[in-house]
Design a protein around this ligand. Structure first.
Ligand SMILES: NC(=O)c1ccc[n+]([C@@H]2O[C@H](COP(=O)([O-])OP(=O)(O)OC[C@H]3O[C@@H](n4cnc5c(N)ncnc54)[C@H](OP(=O)(O)O)[C@@H]3O)[C@@H](O)[C@H]2O)c1
Length: 331
């Protein structure tokens, strides 16, 4: 049951970067378990994804209370791998979870009250069979709970030993600046922010990235491949085994318009000129931002993780390439 990890998995120091102004290093690519880790997914593939990532030096795995299906299943299924094949390696891993989206019935199973966050963290720890997570996030801001209360709950999670660091997800620049100030005052500085950022969704460029740099908070963009759109997946239609083909809860076939595919084809041509796959170029593009610590990818097969790590061979863009990308995206 125990996994013999690849001996050379830590041989590339350039794979790791300090998260904001903290001492915690994260890999430039981290693996998210939002998709492909539910009870409906193949257990052998779930194991293969985590173990291949680990063997390639990816030390950070990202979860949330509600990842599944059903909600909670991803934490349980990851816990099985953690206590099975990876049982000897807990201290080599940075495991995150979150609370803030609907998880259980009644007034306490959602959003950001102290009651909801701390109960959800206890549930996550039970499913993961862990004493602590490395990072605990507020998954989204709660307009009906004082920010002081939500940040107080995060700080309490650290003080009680159930989380080592805390993070924010989906907070606006202003909310982030206020939350970072509160967390500093509470003695538990904000480690990281998890926003959506990819070529088709650039709102973080209008303030959030600057706030994160100023506050010394790391940034881990989620969906850097736009759920697979920014790869070769949809160049020739919608394959049956793709996310849009078999699990269209979040990436809907009707969003893959002719116009979008036209843009993806032009981006693919540019990537090939750079000697990269489109996925590699899309990842290099988010990683080029100084504020970005790690890009949080998903994968349905191990070959995608291998392909994506190839992005690190060329993270620089000429100004002409960046301008061409802007032109393609604006069309
Ligand atoms: N904080 C939040 O609110 C929030 C929200 C969403 C996600 N997240 C986090 O972000 C993580 C990543 O999200 P995501 O899975 O949407 O990320 P993504 O990296 O944008 O998309 C992943 C999908 O792209 C395809 N893919 C990946 N590499 C590929 C390659 N080299 N070639 C071809 N196709 C490739 C695969 O799709 P196929 O399945 O079609 O093969 C894969 O499942 C989640 O697991 C979660 O941890 C956080």
């Amino acid at each position: 049951m125990s996994h013999q990890p690849a001996a050379h998995r830590y041989d590339n120091p350039a794979l790791y970067r300090a998260c904001g102004r903290s001492g915690l290093k994260l890999p430039r690519l981290s693996l998210g378990l939002w998709h492909n880790f539910g009870d409906v997914d193949d257990p052998a593939n779930r194991r293969a994804l985590v173990l291949r990532a680990f063997d390639l030096g990816i030390t950070h795995f990202d979860l949330a209370n509600n990842y599944g299906p059903p909600p909670g299943a991803a934490e349980r299924n990851f816990g099985d791998i953690l206590h099975g094949e990876l049982a000897a390696h807990r201290d080599e891993l940075v495991i995150s979870s979150k609370a803030g989206y609907l998880m259980w019935d009644g007034p306490y199973g959602d959003w950001g009250s102290r009651k909801s966050l701390l109960a959800s963290l206890d549930q996550s720890l039970k499913r993961l069979r862990l004493d602590y997570v490395d990072i605990f996030y507020s998954h989204r801001p709660d307009p009906n709970t004082p920010l002081e209360e939500t940040m107080g709950a995060l700080a309490h999670a650290v003080r009680s030993g159930k989380a080592l660091y805390v993070g924010l997800s989906n907070y606006s620049p202003d909310q982030t600046a206020r939350a970072a100030q509160l967390l500093r005052e509470l003695g538990t500085p904000c480690l990281i922010h998890q926003p959506k950022y990819h070529m088709f969704e650039r709102s973080v460029e209008k303030g959030l990235l600057a706030v994160l740099e100023r506050e010394g908070v790391g940034c881990i963009p989620f969906c850097p491949l736009a759920q697979g759109l920014l790869t070769n997946r949809y160049l020739q239609g919608i394959p049956a085994d793709s996310r849009a083909g078999h699990d269209p809860r979040f990436l809907k076939p009707e969003h893959i318009t002719e116009g979008k595919v036209g843009q993806i084809r032009q981006l693919d041509a540019l990537a090939r000129q750079r000697g990269q796959s489109l996925a590699q170029m899309a990842l290099a593009w988010v990683l080029r931002q100084p504020a970005v610590t790690s890009a949080l990818i998903g994968a349905s097969r191990t070959s995608q993780i291998e392909d994506n790590l190839g992005a690190l061979k060329n993270l620089s863009f000429t100004s002409a390439e960046l301008a061409q990308i802007d032109r393609i995206l604006a069309a």
